[in-house]
Design a protein around this ligand. Structure first.
Ligand SMILES: Nc1ncnc2c1ncn2[C@@H]1O[C@H](COP(=O)(O)OP(=O)(O)O)[C@@H](O)[C@H]1O
Ligand SMILES: [Mg+2]
Length: 358
């Protein structure tokens, strides 16, 4: 593999910020480190960049052990959230800065700047100052400063966090395009699952300094390996409680006085505490016409939230809890106050033993 992290660990005093991380990343991959704030994403990125020394472990880039090398000898560049462009320098001078630090000959510098400007569509903007650029253009210059030294790996730490939503979406597509064009791995840190899902080949979910799972994004999304991932990625309804047998012979989770039918309980014995997750888009709703439906849950529709292509339905369950279902509004034909039935494809329910972890 092109980039190998082996048993990487970082402690600050008695606090473990990064715990035994093992990741192997291919040369053509876009990988996201996705996790909540404080989970250790930036620390992990800073270890790779050489801005922090690991307490334990090794970092190999392109066959070379860079663990003890200073940042500028690693062939790794990093783009930060508050990318600070030098305000008194033009775009061209900003792009030249990392090359000047490397004492690159002027002719080669010019070649590199022209190359990166072409890729990032900055050619027309070279003589402008940062305050004459839009937010997206400034972000492209910051990316250019990372790429101009032709790194072997580009690290990005929440680079879009300060941009508005519209611009962020455009930049997601752009960044992914640059990565494909350059053919080097990008490691992208974010707490925003939409960004991670839209851009990545694979996602490493980070929690409390460790990697919960590292897999292609569709696996992370639709087959969460841990309850943390089920909670953190996508939007789900969650039911937690003891597993019980019900008269039909099947099992259910007793969730606050309501029985949630389980079709596949795996090895979970009765009385085991378990948590089950069903994604909102897999939670189906229909009008309750009173016919018996033992596998469905009865509730009352409280509210419909129109989302354009689909609608979300806020349903009050008999135990007082609320769950969210979704559907195509024109097809569902239910209105607030209606009695409704909630169901899902049992295969889509993710079930985990143990207490709910936050
Ligand atoms: N230099 C440091 N000294 C002490 N604690 C630190 C230091 N850097 C980070 N931490 C702690 O490590 C944890 C992870 O931080 P960080 O990697 O910045 O998380 P993230 O980027 O996922 O939000 C946090 O609890 C943070 O306070
Ligand atoms: Mg961070």
């Amino acid at each position: 593999m092109y980039l190998e992290l082996t048993n990487l660990k970082k402690t600050f005093g008695s606090f473990t910020a990064v715990a035994n991380v093992n990741l192997s990343i291919d040369k053509t991959e876009f990988v996201s480190l996705l996790g909540p704030s404080g989970s250790g994403k930036s620390t992990l990125l800073r270890l790779i960049a050489g801005l922090e020394q690991p307490t334990e472990g090794r970092i190999i880039v392109d066959g070379k052990d860079v663990t003890r090398l200073p940042p500028y000898q690693r062939g790794i560049a990093m783009v930060f959230q508050d990318f600070l462009l030098f305000p008194h320098m033009t775009v061209r001078e900003n792009l030249a800065f990392p090359l000047r630090m490397l004492k690159m000959p002027a002719a080669e510098q010019a070649e590199r700047i022209d190359w990166v400007s072409r890729i990032l569509s900055l050619t027309e903007l070279q003589q402008r100052y940062p305050n004459q650029l839009s937010g997206g253009q400034q972000q492209r210059v910051a990316l250019g400063r990372g790429l101009v030294s032709r790194p072997k790996v580009l690290l990005l730490d929440e680079p879009l966090a300060n941009l508005d939503r519209e611009l962020r979406r455009d930049m997601e597509i752009e960044i992914r395009r640059y990565q494909i064009e350059l053919g080097i791995p990008f490691i992208y840190v974010t707490h925003n699952q939409e960004e991670a899902l839209s851009m990545s080949d694979r996602i490493a979910v980070v929690n409390k300094g460790g990697i919960e799972d590292f897999a292609d994004k569709s696996t992370i999304y639709s087959q969460p390996k841990t309850s943390f991932i089920a909670q953190f990625v996508g939007r789900s309804n969650m039911f937690a409680g003891p597993v019980v047998s019900i008269p039909t012979g099947a099992r259910a989770i007793a969730w606050q006085d309501l029985l949630i039918p389980l079709h596949a309980t795996g090895k979970l014995a009765d009385h085991t505490i378990a948590s089950a997750y069903i994604k909102i888009e897999d939670t189906l709703i229909e009008r309750d016409d009173g016919t018996p439906a033992p596998d469905k849950i009865r509730g009352r529709l409280r509210d419909v939230i129109f989302r354009g292509q689909y609608a979300e339905y806020l349903v009050r369950m008999p135990n007082g809890a609320e769950i969210v279902a979704s559907g195509i509004d024109s097809a569902t034909r239910v209105s607030p106050g209606d009695n409704v039935l909630i169901s899902w494809d049992p295969q889509k329910l993710d079930l985990f033993p143990g207490e709910v972890r936050q």
